[in-house]
Design a protein around this ligand. Sequence first.
Ligand code: NAG
Ligand code: NAG
Ligand code: NAG
Length: 277
Amino acid sequence: MAVLFLLLIYFSAGEAHTIRALVGDDVTLSVDTQTSSFIGEAIVEWSRTDLHPDIVHLQDNRLTIYEHQNPAYRGRTMLSAEDLDRGIISLKLSNVRLADEGNYTCLFKSTENMYTVHLLVGAASSPVITLEAYTRSGLVLGCRAKGWYPQPKLSWWNADGHLLSAVTMTTTQDPDGLYNISSTLVVERKSPNRHLTCRVHQELFNQTRETEIHLPENLFRVLKQFYLKSYGFLAASLVFLLAALVILVIACRTVHGNSQKQKDMMVMSCQNEDLKT
Ligand SMILES: *[C@@H]1O[C@H](CO)[C@@H](O)[C@H](O)[C@H]1NC(C)=O
Ligand SMILES: *[C@@H]1O[C@H](CO)[C@@H](O)[C@H](O)[C@H]1NC(C)=O
Ligand SMILES: *[C@@H]1O[C@H](CO)[C@@H](O)[C@H](O)[C@H]1NC(C)=O
């Protein structure tokens, strides 16, 4: 499901303004021309000087001129006619991409005024918890989240809200700039922690996504029995997998950055593809 939010920011000529949006969002870049008259018939040009061609959206007398538009923006831009009639130039940019990050200049031909909006783009997705292994020291859980921007932080928490120490923590970056982060945690047999949360947080965009896992009491009993009978590694792995399949029910709760909460019950792994379908 798409988390959609529109940001509206008005400002006057001269000042540069920063707007943040997440990949996949629709965002509105707005400038107030402070002309009380209708400007619907005006010539308005949005551009990015770092691109070639540099036109993001060009409009003349309510008509969009596509001829010189940068192909990356084709079909994704729209000027609000309603806002134009209030003296406000609102460019709606849909399905924001990482490459949309940059400085947007709006030229209002009637007054020759220039306005600049700095668009910062972030990306977030829900983490997924997996069962990695059952070893002498306990159950190894993995948590990974993909496609974040800028670089996020991952942490494990118990039900009492105490931070747990991860065994491993790995961050990788794709050529297009997106980060994957993954971590493992060992839950000892005698550990009182049966309800665990993997949280991924990005400070600049104030984005938090978390996934919870509940480990039933009998999971450890079953795993231990098979482990102690030492059928060998292969058998143990097989049994581990079967036991996990049969017994484990994971309760997943994803907290979305903007205080929307939802609860899903899933078996085995908590996949929450909250980006576009
Ligand atoms: C946008 O402008 C700011 C300063 O106004 C500059 O620091 C930044 O590097 C520019 N960003 C891009 C992508 O050109
Ligand atoms: C990040 O994760 C995705 C999906 O799991 C994968 O396709 C991609 O190769 C990963 N990128 C890096 C740099 O590890
Ligand atoms: C970050 O978002 C949370 C809600 O998800 C909110 O309660 C908090 O105040 C925000 N923090 C900042 C610094 O904006």
